[in-house]
Structures are given as C-alpha cells and as structure tokens.
Design a protein around this ligand. Structure first.
Ligand SMILES: Nc1nc2c(ncn2[C@@H]2O[C@H](COP(=O)(O)OP(=O)(O)OP(=O)(O)O)[C@@H](O)[C@H]2O)c(=O)[nH]1
Length: 377
C-alpha cells in the first residue's frame, strides 16, 4: 500500500520529469479553455461597476471600476490570442496563472484603499485565489500549479504585512469585522491545502493521460497520439510553409520471430527494436506505435532528408541484433518503411498515411529491409 511519503516522492519525481508530447498537447487545450473562461468572467465583471452605480456608488468609484474591468477584459483577450497559438509559447501557462492570481491581489488591494479590513477579511474576493489555483489543474503541469499557489501565498502575505504595517491601530471595519493574525494565518494554510490538493489532482491526471496515450509494451505514444496530435503538426507545417515527412515503419517477418522464439521473446524483440530506434531519435521526432509491429515517425524534413534519416535507422537496427537469451544466437531484425511528405504527396494525415502505406507495400514487395520514398521505388 502506498504511503503519504510515497505520494510525495512520486510528486517530487514528477516535478523533475519533462512533460511528454501528449501532456503538452492536453495542457495547451486546457490553457485555451481557461483563456476562454477568463474572457467570459472578465466580460461578466463589467456588470460590477454598473451595479455599483445603481446601488448609489459615486461616479469616481464607477469610473475606476469600469477602467479596471476594461483593462482585465483587454488583457484576457490578449491571453486568448496567445493561447490560440497552441504550444507556441511554453511560458504561457505559468505566466497566465500568475496573472490570474495577481488580478485577485489587485482587487483586494483596491478594496483596501478605502477599508484595509475589507482587503484582508473579504471572503468573496479571497475565494478567487483557490479558484485560480484550481484552474491550473487544466494546464496538466505540476510546476504551474506550484508556482501559482506560491504566488497566491506570497502576494496575500505581502498584502497583509503591508496593511498591518501601514496602520497605526488594529484594523477594524463595520462591514468586515476585525483583522486578526489567526484568521490571516488560516487563509494562508487554506492556500497551502488548495495548492497541495490541486497538485495531487494534476499528478493523478498526468499519470492517467500518460497511460491512455502510451503503449504499455514499448512506452511509445499510441494511436490516440496519432489521431489527436499529428493532424495539428501537419496543419502547422502547412501554415508555416514547411515540408514535413511521415514514415510508416514495419518490422520485417515478425510472424517468424514469434513462431520460432515464442510470443514472449517476440515482445522483447519488439522492445529491443524500439529501444535501438529511439536512441537515434530526437525529441522533435515523435515515433508512434500504430499497430502490432508498425510505427509512424514524424519528421520535420523534406522527403530526401527524411529518406536519409530513416535509412540510417534501418542500418542501425540491422547492425544491432536482438539477443533472445545469453545462450542463443543473436537474431537480426530489419525494417521496411514507406515515406510520404506534405505538401507534395498530401495535405492531411489520412492522405499521408495512405501514400506511405502504398510505398511500404512496395518496400515489402521488393524484398523487405528497405526504405521507399518515391513511387518508382
Ligand atoms: N510478440 C508480439 N508479436 C506481435 C505483437 N503485435 C503484433 N505481433 C505479431 O507480429 C506479426 C505481424 O505479422 P504480419 O503483419 O503478418 O507480417 P510479418 O510477419 O511481420 O511480415 P511482413 O510484415 O510482411 O514483413 C503477427 O504474427 C503478430 O502476432 C506484439 O505486441 N508482440
């Protein structure tokens, strides 16, 4: 049974991990969702100066409230524009989360100008801190949650310190009561608790996302990555006028490996092949397991350079035989691959897959252990 200490150890390990492609993609979708929600909330905030005016507030108060909410609305629109350029800005989730927390602090600060007890004892505005921290869960990144939680704790503590030091008497107000050290500390403790709970929710969601998008045998992204992420990569390349290539790779005569060595050794052979290929690939070259012994490789290269890349992988695998058991003879593994490129062959994933599959069949028909990138073989 895992203990609390194991959970913290797992959290610490997750903090050191670089988020994988699937998590970055899910996080970018979450950022976009938060940006849309933020814009909606900012638009609703415009009602506040109006209700203030109808409730008998002064023109100055209404004007200041209107200026503040219009500024938040404009900034929220800017965040949305940035979030729509999915994953272009790696810093966006962290900075926008700190922005959300800082808006809460700013509103508390404005409340405190007239009545410092309102800034420190207001429940409604303070509750927006936990909301902002909880919204970081949609970014699927532990670091973002911890930074936002830390920012909320630090900013609220500074606010408290600032108002208490500036006052020459205990802070009391008719509407908000007395400011006491214990109630402020309780709020800090609650912020710690919300940050911790959110961090654990993020951690579990990260694990689930990784499991659902990862192939259990090889640890590679699975078909769901192909259907969810690769169309976006193809579209990005098209918009930016770049060429990208897709390789459909199939291990040769794998049925024989299973028949001769057994299914378990076949599994190990598969893992060996993936390990050899992965060692040669960079972070920007995702390899996806799309079927039993079939993989897709996405390369941001024109077809000629992609052919050279996959040809080098083919030679590497051929040169590193699989050792079924220490006392058994090494077994040579080979691959065949068909390549296609965007925009020359097709402009979408299904077109690229179709073309690459046709060329893969040609590679198999020509005797296997080869890479085909053109229709004339
Ligand atoms: N051990 C093991 N075998 C698998 C796995 N997935 C698929 N296979 C086997 O891979 C083999 C694929 O066979 P085929 O697609 O017919 O082709 P092949 O024998 O590889 O021959 P070519 O593709 O024509 O070179 C089948 O025997 C599958 O059972 C797996 O996860 N583990």
């Amino acid at each position: 049974m895992s203990t609390l200490r194991d959970t913290f150890d797992d959290l610490a390990a997750a903090l050191r991990e670089r988020p994988d492609e699937i998590l970055l993609e899910v996080g970018a979708g979450g950022e976009l969702l938060v940006a849309r929600l933020r814009l909606l909330v900012a638009a609703l905030l415009l009602l506040l100066p109006l209700t203030n005016l109808l409730g008998g507030g002064t023109a100055w108060e209404t004007g200041a409230g209107l200026a503040g909410t219009l500024t938040v609305l404009a900034l929220s629109r800017a965040w949305l524009t940035l979030a729509q350029r999915k994953r272009r800005h790696r810093w966006l989730p962290t900075v926008s989360s700190v922005f959300d927390v800082s808006v809460v602090t700013l509103v508390l600060l404005l409340l405190g100008v007239d009545d410092p007890a309102a800034a420190l004892n207001s429940v409604v505005v303070w509750c927006c801190y936990p909301l902002a921290i909880f919204a970081t869960a949609l970014r699927h990144d532990l670091r973002v949650t911890l930074v936002a939680g830390g920012a909320a704790m630090a900013q609220f503590a500074l606010l408290w310190l600032g108002f208490v030091l500036a006052a020459d008497a205990p802070l009391v107000s008719a509407a908000y009561g007395t400011v006491s050290a214990s109630s402020q500390l309780q709020r800090e403790v609650l912020l710690v608790a919300v940050t911790l709970v959110t961090a654990i929710v993020v951690f579990r969601a990260q694990r689930l996302t990784q499991l659902s998008g990862t192939d259990g045998l090889t640890g590679l992204p699975n078909r769901s990555y192909l259907t969810h992420r690769v169309p976006g990569l193809v579209a990005e390349a098209r918009i930016e006028g770049q060429t990208m290539s897709l390789a459909l790779i199939d291990l040769d005569s794998f049925r024989l490996i299973n028949a001769e060595l057994g299914h378990l050794a076949g599994d190990r052979a598969l893992r060996h092949a993936v390990k050899v290929l992965r060692m040669e690939l960079g972070r920007e070259e995702p390899m996806i397991r799309v079927g039993g012994e079939e993989f897709v490789l996405v390369l941001r290269l024109p077809i000629g350079a992609a052919w050279e890349r996959v040809e080098a992988l083919r030679r590497k695998l051929e040169s590193q035989p699989f050792l079924p058991d220490p006392d058994e003879a090494p077994r040579r593994l080979t691959l065949s691959a068909g390549l296609s490129s965007c925009p020359q062959d097709a402009n979408d994933l299904s077109g690229l897959m179709k073309r690459a599959d046709q060329r893969l069949r040609v590679a198999k028909a020509l005797g296997r252990n080869r890479v085909v990138a053109r229709d004339d073989g």
